[in-house]
Design a protein around this ligand. Structure first.
Ligand SMILES: Nc1nc(=O)c2c([nH]1)NC[C@@H]1CN(c3ccc(C(=O)N[C@@H](CCC(=O)O)C(=O)O)cc3)C=[N+]21
Length: 286
């Protein structure tokens, strides 16, 4: 049976570290602050935003929430981002996706001051990541790396396969695995012989968004299997991309959903908010 990686426990450690740093900053009169902007009433987004708020409270980070109606215009949002860019109390800005139709996410992300872009979605930060000179780590991929470390999984020299090529997970995940000296293959909807490629992976990261996508026969015995999927099954229950019951018989270690990557995303966001506060106050990265 595979080792089950406890994302909640690892996230608690990351948040404790962020809380310590926050306390130390407060002694110097610096309070990290996060602004979360949510538009419309997507119920999943509501849950995530509440979790982010709770994490801020746990770590001592100041937070502001802007819950705006569905009808909010692009101009109004740009004006809000501009205000938050200039607001000293706010170290980090996050615009929760997805946005209602008619709003252009990329323009909003590009309006965020790159030094406050704690999601690391701004093209400046994406470019920095490609160069291995990032100031902010992308939250979900960075959380995956932490989970691998926590399970004692060596990345250097390993065959890593990422399923999915999104801007928020697949692409930055590949970058971070590469920075950690993994040999990385990125698969997607047009990939041929997907199962064969996956079966060669020492580290398999699935970010597809389809329940049941990764079956036991796609997993190399002893592999580390990281499930980034956030789906609902036919009973409305939260589940990942991986058929967990099959995979845990074959993998060496595996993350569950819930309780795997999700809590890590939020913990890394706290870490980035602390980093942002330091940066804006002329304190170098540790
Ligand atoms: N600008 C932006 N930044 C994001 O980081 C961002 C976003 N937009 N839009 C949506 C996705 C998704 N995401 C999750 C965060 C936490 C959990 C999480 O805490 N999951 C829990 C369960 C939560 C539940 O019960 O539904 C778990 O897996 O154990 C899940 C998903 C952040 N995202």
């Amino acid at each position: 049976m595979a080792l089950r990686i406890d994302g909640k426990a690892v996230a608690a450690k990351v948040k404790a570290r962020a809380a310590e740093e926050t306390a130390a900053l407060k002694e110097r009169g610096i309070v990290p602050g996060l602004a979360v902007v949510i538009v419309g009433s997507d119920p999943a987004s509501r849950v995530y935003v509440n979790n982010k708020k709770k994490a801020c409270q746990e770590t001592g980070i100041y937070s502001e929430e802007y819950a705006l109606p569905e009808e909010t215009t692009q101009e109004e949002l740009l004006a809000l981002v501009d205000r938050l860019n200039k607001k000293p109390k706010i170290s980090g800005i996050l615009v929760q996706s997805p946005l209602p139709k008619g709003l252009e996410e990329s323009a909003l992300v590009e309006a965020i001051d790159p030094q406050k872009d704690v999601d690391a979605f701004h093209p400046y930060n994406v470019g920095k990541l490609m160069q291995g000179r990032q100031i902010f780590l992308p939250c979900t991929p960075a959380g995956v790396i932490e989970l691998l470390h926590s399970a004692g999984v060596e990345i250097a020299g390993k065959d890593c396969v990422v399923i999915g090529r999104s801007d928020i997970v697949g692409k930055p995940m590949a970058m971070l695995l590469m920075q950690n000296n993994g040999t990385v293959t990125v698969c997607h909807s047009r990939t041929r012989e997907l199962s064969d490629i996956c079966r060669r992976a020492d580290i398999l990261v699935s970010a597809v968004g389809k329940a049941g996508f990764v079956t036991g026969d796609m997993i190399k015995p002893g592999a580390a299997v990281i499930d980034v999927g956030m789906n609902r099954d036919e009973n409305g229950k939260l589940c990942g991309d991986v058929v967990f019951a099959e995979a845990e018989k074959i993998a060496g270690c595996i993350t569950p959903v819930p309780g795997g990557v999700g809590p890590m995303t939020i913990a890394m966001l706290m870490q980035n908010t602390v980093t942002a506060a330091k940066l804006q106050n002329g304190i170098g990265r540790n």
